[in-house]
Design a protein around this ligand. Sequence first.
Ligand code: PLP
Length: 343
Amino acid sequence: MIDLRSDTVTRPTQGMRDAMARAPVGDDVYGDDPTVNELEARTAEILGKDDAVFVPTGTMANQIALRTHTEPGDLVLVHRSAHIVINEVGGGAAISGVSMHGFDSVDGTFTSGEIEEALGRPHPFNPDTLGSPATLMCVENTHNAGGGTVWPLAQIQDVCSTARDRGLRCHLDGARLWHASAASGVAEKDFGENFDTVYVCFSKGLGAPVGSALVGSREIVRRARRFKQQFGGGWRQAGVVAAAALYALEHHRDNLIRDVHEAKRFATEIAGIEGVRVDPDSVASNIVRFRVVGDAGDVATRLHEAGVHMLPNGAHGLRAVIHRDVTDGDVTRAAEVLAACLT
Ligand SMILES: *Cc1c(COP(=O)(O)O)cnc(C)c1O
């Protein structure tokens, strides 16, 4: 099976498993797991921040960020198709009591003008006690639902400085920040310096089995650790999985550009298939979103029967994600199988 459902399907390599087996461990709830501590320090260093907290999932990292930065009743500015909005089971409302203002665009980006419009113009005649106080803005880079969009650094600087001028904090959902950096040549910390907190993931493109981190100032991460524990994220000999993440940072981070090139090649090849609609120029990272004329669910089922696994999205959309466990040959084969399924 050529599994293109997500980069989360990547399996730990032998070298990674060896590193996990060898890892010195302690009790992370007591703060004395040396491998977790090393991972947190290394992640903070890559992101150019003081500290990081290692958590089981990206969803938990985002939810901790929401809780850390807001009070119940606050308003969060975020794109309407962000993972935080559509894939976290309403966690922002359920756990932190926030409501969300959703920006609308095809690719998942938004502008400082839209932020200003969402926040309105304060005037002494209008009491500021009526609206929900907007306290946080979230950016997702790459933006998954937008098709793996890589935000231009200048646009990130612009939206973050506008949000900050208006008193908001800024959080980056960087589940695929590694791919954003590989594709753009902009270092993770150059994206990261615009944000109060950055979430990065070890279990997607980097290939670790489990784990994410929330990175920020010493003070913010101290507060975040409280909510990690409250949300049930206190784990004990977590060094076993932290070792996999450290191994991934060291050994699996340098060739992510290959995934980007292969995603563009896949898009270019399937663009020639009758009944497929895709713009290869819009493929910016390791995600290819394309449309088919027929029912996407039927196409996904036929692809699966022929040995290629993809996720349908809506009536006509499909998503293919290129990752380290698919070879260039698998990518070629997947395009051929798609052609065969559509004729
Ligand atoms: C996968 C993903 C998450 C959440 O990660 P999990 O570890 O699966 O909880 C958050 N944001 C984005 C953009 C993602 O793609």
